[in-house]
Design a protein around this ligand. Structure first.
Ligand code: GTP
Ligand code: MG
Length: 310
């Protein structure tokens, strides 16, 4: 597709131009995930840059090489009136808490603009999720994007993590994350692409981010970056061809989240010797079980009222 056409399609994208309309969604949220330093913030800058005219590169999201990760706050960057990118906190090596927090970000349960803390207690994470009920967000259409630098080799541990992440993205959003391979010219991106495809990726696009040091716009580099946004929008359009219910989909995400936390907690409890289980943790577990039940009831009653309408 002609590059001008590609750019115009993105700029003019609307959620309500399909046969079923927007179905209650008002915004597309391109959610970025990936390990620290793999180029998430730089990818946001690149996307904004390719949609602008001229070659005046601006660093909207701060991007830098660090030891422990630079982006801590979950910030949003509007690309158009309809499309917004979210720079989620990257993680170095995922433990159970970090994994749970990744899904909390994916499910939109961590407010935008808030610092993401890797919680060391699941009950804290549950409270943070409950707090989002004050202003529940139903209207964001979430598209997961996973950013991976081809300077790295995928380790066995990462492979498991990424594979599970991709499967859970489908459960939570109905979309297989788009894989963006950064540092295209700094490694064997064809080999890494093959590995992601074997893990179940549907779309893998290798790009070279524009950075303050290197921002002369070239056709190939610009096209690659626009193709990622275009691919995300094609996923949204495809999903909107089917009847959707944003409220119910949020409940499903929340249910997934609670279940996920509950299962990990249960597993951890089983691993512990009996005498190390303090009474308080048993209460926490019971509380989670009750919350899970409440969500299931909520869903059941919603299903019944839907049947009544039909
Ligand atoms: N040459 C080149 N440099 C890149 C590319 N992507 C990112 N960089 C550089 O890599 C460094 C880290 O990039 P960031 O965008 O900050 O990475 P991040 O994933 O946001 O990292 P955290 O916020 O720490 O999780 C910066 O110095 C970028 O300029 C790329 O595709 N090519
Ligand atoms: Mg960052």
């Amino acid at each position: 597709m002609d590059i001008r056409q590609l750019r115009e399609n993105i700029r003019n994208f609307r959620l309500d131009d399909g046969d079923l309309g927007s179905q209650g969604y008002t915004r597309v949220l391109l959610q970025l995930f990936g390990y620290t330093g793999h180029g998430k913030s730089s990818f946001i800058n690149s996307c904004m840059y390719v949609l602008e005219e001229g070659e005046n590169f601006k660093e909207h999201a701060e991007a830098r090489e660090t030891d422990y990760g630079l982006t801590m706050v979950r910030n949003a960057y509007p690309l158009t009136d309809v499309i917004t990118m979210v720079d989620n906190r990257g993680c170095s090596k995922m433990n159970d808490f970090e994994r749970a927090e990744v899904y909390a970000q994916l499910g939109n349960f961590i407010p935008i603009g808030e610092r993401v803390e890797w919680k060391d207690k699941f009950s804290d994470l549950m409270k943070a999720i409950e707090n989002t009920e004050l202003e529940p967000n139903f209207s964001d259409f979430i598209v997961p994007i996973f950013v991976y630098s081809v300077r790295h080799q995928i380790s066995a541990g990462e492979k498991e993590d990424v594979k599970t992440f991709m499967e859970n993205c489908v459960k939570m959003t109905g979309i297989v994350p788009i894989i963006v391979l950064t540092f295209k010219t700094k490694g064997d991106y064809l080999e890494i692409e093959k590995r992601f495809r074997l893990m179940g990726a549907e779309t893998v696009i290798a790009i070279e981010n524009y950075t303050p040091e290197s921002h002369i716009k070239t056709l190939g580099r610009t096209t690659d970056i626009l193709m990622v946004i275009d691919s995300a929008l094609r996923n949204v359009r495809f999903r909107l061809e089917q009847p959707r219910n944003p409220k119910r989909e949020r409940i499903e995400r929340k249910k997934f989240m609670y279940n996920y936390i509950y299962q990990i907690e249960l597993h951890r409890e089983r691993e512990k010797p009996e005498r190390e289980k303090p009474e308080r943790e048993k209460h926490e577990r019971e509380r989670m079980r009750v919350q899970l039940q409440q969500i299931q009831h909520l869903q059941e009653s919603q299903r019944r009222s839907d049947c009544a309408i039909l």
